[in-house]
Design a protein around this ligand. Structure first.
Ligand SMILES: C[S@@+](CC[C@H](N)C(=O)[O-])C[C@H]1O[C@@H](n2cnc3c(N)ncnc32)[C@H](O)[C@@H]1O
Length: 326
């Protein structure tokens, strides 16, 4: 992570008020990049590791690696400094055995959906069997481009991409905002997004491992939050609460969703109408053009050479309406 990112981060254990982090860089690439080290909360002494350049802003890292069995071994092997090796070894003695439903490697490098999102965002080619069948050209990343094109440029502003996966939308947003942060729970996606960031030498964005429902930022920080295709994967009411806190007054949030609950077993479900109502109830003002008409934007995911998912996703934007959530 870039050392300067530290001033944008806050301890996830404190929901309100200023709880800033300090950084102890143990290994760097010579520039302003911390490749290994720890972030620490000045107030409660909670520490967050930085491993292979990726900051992990999670309250319970042991629980996180317990549900991603191969990750900890890789981290131990690749860590360079004695302090981080020691921390990881201690972590390995506190692992818990996850039950089947807690196993969470769908979006890690050895999981079934890792290549799927890299494909949809960066790696597809138009000779692809399915794409070349289409009468009209179909680009899997059209959705992300549409979201970014319908966003006004704000060269003083900060934007946040929640559940960014390998970061395509965040990279595009960085052309319109002063600073962009992408967060995702998948260490593999964050590593991949950071690898691209470094090779593109893009200086005004960064990516961290964090939970959208425990975002490591101070309130009223962002001019734009985007949350694309994630509402079915978590408690949507909690997500709206967190986004409401993160946005500045009258700032904007953009959502897209296929409302595909076949992928998850979460209790609370929304559809285009109930989601709009929930947004109003949660202190947002749905922008006029999105109030009544749901949209149908093509979005294609390649599961493997013989299986594709084709969705029409809904896309809508809203603004934070009141300081205190109604
Ligand atoms: C369906 S994919 C969508 C990715 C991307 N937004 C897109 O539209 O291509 C969901 C992403 O959200 C991430 N994710 C799921 N739950 C999360 C959480 N609680 N906090 C952060 N990221 C999460 C997954 O790791 C995955 O990368």
């Amino acid at each position: 992570m870039r050392v300067q990112l530290t001033r944008h981060l806050a301890c996830v254990k404190h929901h309100e008020g200023k709880r800033n982090l300090s950084i102890d860089t143990l290994e760097s690439n010579g520039g302003n990049e911390c490749t290994e080290g720890f972030l620490k909360c000045e107030e409660c002494d909670q520490i967050y590791p930085v491993i292979d350049g990726n900051a992990i802003l999670l309250e319970n890292v042991a629980e996180y690696v317990s549900s991603r069995p191969t990750l900890l071994g890789k981290w131990i092997l690749s860590s360079k400094t004695a302090a981080v090796k020691e921390y990881l070894k201690e972590l390995s003695s506190t692992l818990i055995k996850p039950n089947k439903s807690q196993e969470n490697n769908l979006y890690e490098v050895d999981g079934p959906l890792y290549e799927t999102y890299n494909w949809a965002q960066f790696d597809f080619d138009s000779d692809d069997r399915f794409l070349s069948l289409m009468k009209h050209k179909l680009y899997p990343n059209d959705l992300y481009n549409k979201v970014v094109h319908s966003t006004a440029t704000n060269l003083d502003g900060a934007a946040l991409d929640l559940g960014c996966s390998s970061g395509f939308a965040a990279f595009q947003l960085a052309k319109k905002f002063a600073f962009v942060i992408g967060v995702d729970l998948s260490f593999s996606f964050i590593s991949e997004a950071r690898r691209r960031m470094v090779s593109l030498r893009q200086g005004n964005l960064d990516f961290i491992v964090a939970d959208c429902l425990r975002p490591p930022f101070l309130p009223n920080k962002f001019d734009l939050v985007i949350a694309l295709n994630i509402i079915e994967l978590m408690d949507v009411e909690q997500l709206l609460d967190r986004i409401h806190k993160l946005l500045k007054e009258d700032a904007e949030v953009a959502f897209s969703s296929p409302y595909d609950y076949n992928r998850t077993q979460l209790g609370s479900r929304v559809n285009p109408q109930s989601f709009r109502q929930l947004l109003q109830k949660s202190g947002f003002r749905v922008e006029t053009r999105y109030v009544t008409g749901e949209s149908f934007i093509p979005w294609t995911l390649k599961i493997n050479n013989r299986t594709y998912l084709f969705y029409y996703v809904d896309y809508l934007r809203a603004r934070k309406a009141s300081k205190t959530k109604r």
